[in-house]
Structures are given as structure tokens and as C-alpha cells.
Design a protein around this ligand. Sequence first.
Ligand SMILES: [Zn+2]
Length: 499
Amino acid sequence: MRADGLSLDSFRKFVEWWSYHLLEPLTPPKLHLATAAAIEHHNAVIASFFLDQELLKGVRTGELRRLFLWHFAEEIEHKETVFKLLQSISRSWTLRALGLLFSFSELRRKPMTKTIEKFAAGMVFTLVSASSIWLIMHRYIYQKPVEVHMKLPEKVFSPDYFTARQRFREIVTTAGGRLETIPLEANGPSGEGLGIDIAWFGAANPRSVLLHSSGLHGVEGFAGSAIQLQLLNDLPTLPKDAALIVAHVLNPYGMAWLRRFNENNVDLNRNFLGDEPYAGAPDTYANLDSFLNPQSPPTMDLYTLRAGWLVLRHGMPALKVAVVGGQYEYPKGLFFGGKRLEEVSEKYQAFLAQRLTSVERLVAIDVHTGIGNYREDILMVEPKDYAVLRPMFGERVVPPDPEKSDSYPVRGALNTMFARAMPKAKVFALTQEFGTYSATKVLHALREENRWHYYGAGTLDHPAKRILKETFCPQDETWRESVLKRGRELLNQALLNLQ
Ligand SMILES: [Zn+2]
């Protein structure tokens, strides 16, 4: 800094003289502590501001960015430690206020002891400025929790796709990962470009890979993205010859537009058919088309009653297979698997096929929401993998049989693609599903959003969009905490199974 002409020497000399020669001998230890707590508050507020506003992205070098990040976290921790110590010694508000007052005097530049008048004027200035700032700030400094108290869910559950994307890209760089983007043709609601961001950590030519993906079903991506941000915040140690690959939001169009499907209304988890023809629909789906896909904007239409009647008539298991198993004949209908391999599917498969040629062992986790019991998760697998994966990952692995669990077989699932992309690798593929609301409620939310998309304006400001988001990512903090906890646990389990 000195070389850049930014010397702080005179300022430091003054602060040292003022603090250690003048104030310290004259004031009791409790007040020293209160002053230190207040100074750390200023630092923590500045640190939180920088982190909140994401100002670090302007810092050019990764090393400097990491230094700042570490330093800000450290400042917030200092505040926490000193303030707790103060609280344990005295809870006096007068002491706190005095500490704050003295902390402001530390910020003043000019010594003011040449005459008693100047000293008095200085004290008045300090008092007036400090107390007015105090009035404004005491709420924020002492009552409002700073960043360190901000619960983890708030930091990793993003309000929209673009926030999630920016957070992901930043944290990959901060964590020292390699970031690649698969660009896509579709655009966001304000014409934004979209792409799949993929982070790569560890070996460049790995023998084993832990592949974690989110957002294949667009709006379901809020939970998966949160798990990924949490993971990158605290990277695990990888075994030798291993890589961690994190694919952030495979269907960015869906997440940006709050849809479960992509720009062609395709359910991407029904789109990986391989050599199977893109044709057919369950018989029951055809009978239910007018109920599932009314050709009108969202209205009240006795949905619950009719859904209840259908459940009674067909039974939930049979209904589930018919409705959500995948159909290839109703392009504007729910759970449409497409007429060809979609752009996203093709590019993602090609990326894996080209980049993972050295892989012998792949553990893949794809995160979804909307199936199962609220706040709980199940691991859905392909029928042929159940016997292998159940002993490896425990009882959360459920049989893909709607009579026995919330899971059901689908056509063209993502998990069937890995073996085609990496024919030489041993593949262990899991779909981690977090339960939200009841199956009929989830179906209703999808149905209304689809009506708004095709027969309304399709804009983001409609209740159908807000309800769909809540249906796949409840605001409830306990739900979000459970997602993060179980998301992390499964990743740890997967790491253990990498070798
Ligand atoms: Zn899903």
C-alpha cells in the first residue's frame, strides 16, 4: 500500500496513542471490552455488506478474492466472539452504548488535545455524531443478526435461477474448481442467455467420479442448487484419481420460467429413450387427457373432487403409472417425453461421453423434489439396479414399484443414459427425491401452471407460478434444513462408495 502512496502510518500512530496512552489507562477493562465489541461490529457490518452485495466478484484475482472472503468471515467471527464475551460479563446497555461511542472516536483522524477547548469540541462532535449514528444503527448492529447468524438455508436457497447461477459460478471460482458452461439456445424471461454450468474438482482424467446434478425438472432445481452451494462451501477431500463433477441446473429454462418442463414442454427425465421410439402413451393417460390438460386458463373447476374420484376409481398406484410414467403423444400435456432427444439431453450426454472416457466407476446423484413424504427423502433407482444399490445406500433406496413405495417406473429416465455415455464404467445412479406436498396437490399445481403457460399469458407474476414454486420448494425452514442435511449425508455416503 505504501508503494501505491497509501500510507496509514500517521493514522495508526494516532489510533495507538489515543487508544493505548490516553483512553486505556483512564477507563475500566469492561469499557475496553465494550469498545472492542463495537469496533468488531463495525468490521462485521462492513464484511456483511460486502458479502451481501456480492462485491467480491469485482476482485480480479482468485487469490485476493479468497483472502478477502477469509478476512470477512474472520471479522464476523471476531464480532461474534467478543460480543458473546461482553454479554457474559455484563449485559448493561449503558456499557454497550459507551463502547460504541468510544469505537467511533477511534475512527476520528485528528488528535484534539492541544487545548481543552479542542478536546471538548472533539468530545461534543463525537457524542453528537456517535449518538445519531447509534440511534440509526443500534437496531442493525445489536438487534439484527449479521451474516454469521443468517441461517444456512437463506444463503443457499436462491430466490430465482439467475441468483442461483451467479452464486454457483462465484463459489466454483472461489473454491478453485474448473468451470465449464454448456450453452443452450433457449432464453430466460428477460431474454437472458442460458446454459448448464458444470464445476469440476480433482483429477482431470479420473478413474472414479462423483457426479451431482440438479434442476433436470427446472423448478425442482432450487433444492438441488442449494445442496450444491452447500457442498462447494465446504468441499470434501477426494480420493486419489477421483473427480467431483457438479452440474448446476440441467434445465435452466424450467427453473428460470418456473416450469417443470423445458422450452418444448418436454419432461427431460422421460427424454433419454436411447433406441426406443419416441411414441406411445399409457391408455389411461388418453382417457385422462381432458382432465389433466384442460385447454383453458386456470380456473376453479372442482379439481379436488374429480382427482379424488379418479383415485377411488383407479387406485393411486395405477393412476401414478398412467399419469407420470411418461407419454409421447400429447405435446402440450403434462409429462410429455418429447419426440426426439432434446438439445439439453443431447449436449449433456455428449459432454459426459467426451470428458469421462477414463472413468471406471461413476456414482451419480440427481436431485428432485415433489415425491414422497414431506421433509423426507427417498432414493429412486432403475429396477435392475435396486439389488445392488439397496445394500450400498440403505433403506432410503426404495423399490421402483408404486404398490410398495412412492417410486414408480418411468420411461427415458436420465439414469438410463449414463451406461450409454460411459459404456466402460460401472454406474451407480440415484435419484434423490424430497417429498413436499401430496401427489394430488403437486399434480394440481403442475396442471394450473401448464394451463397458464399455454392458455394464459405465461408470465411469472401469476399465482400459478408462485404456487408451483412453493409446491416444489416450500418456504418452510425446517423443510429446507432437512434438504441440506440429507443432501450432504447422501454426498458423504456416495464419497465412501467411490472406491
Ligand atoms: Zn423431478
